[in-house]
Design a binder for this molecule. Structure first.
Ligand SMILES: [Zn+2]
Length: 154
């Protein structure tokens, strides 16, 4: 398959319906450039900064990715360059990153009443014993398997 207008015409919309949400992709060809509008509406689960229990965060954002065809493939710059060996536009990585960028800086349950009471009392106890261990939480550790589904978006 070739990366050309016809190729991209074949998937003007790509959507996944997951617990995580809906990704809608619109592609426009402007001269030699492809303008890719990605709208994400959904929710993601992330650990509460206070009690570490999973909480739901609503997300709704639209991001834009511009790609030009030809030349040396470069997926790192602000404007992607798709060389002739690139046969698909894989948006999994940018979508994954946008979702993270759009997460609120501080993610906690709206009130402590929603937090895991056992964890809170445990945390309070350990905080008395030593200083805040918050820097320790490992939410950067592994890729949530739910996001692997995003890899189907091509
Ligand atoms: Zn909480």
């Amino acid at each position: 398959m070739e990366v050309d207008a016809t190729f991209f015409d074949s998937f003007p919309f790509s959507e996944i319906t997951q617990a995580s949400g809906l990704v809608e992709v619109t592609l426009d060809k402007l001269g030699s450039r492809l303008v890719c509008l990605v709208n994400f509406t959904g929710r993601c689960l992330t650990p509460c900064d206070r009690c570490l229990a999973e909480m739901e965060v609503s997300l709704d954002f639209t991001e834009r990715l511009i790609a030009q065809l030809g030349g040396q493939t470069d997926l790192e710059s602000d404007i992607w360059t798709l060389g002739t060996e690139v046969h698909e536009l894989n948006l999994a990585q940018p979508v994954f990153e946008w979702i993270h960028l759009c997460l609120p800086f501080r993610r906690v349950h709206e009130s402590t009443d929603s937090c895991d009471p056992l964890m809170l009392s445990h945390l309070n106890a350990s905080q008395r014993a030593k200083q805040d261990e918050k820097g320790n939480d490992d939410d950067d550790d592994a890729v949530d398997p739910r996001w692997n589904a995003l890899k189907d978006l091509k």
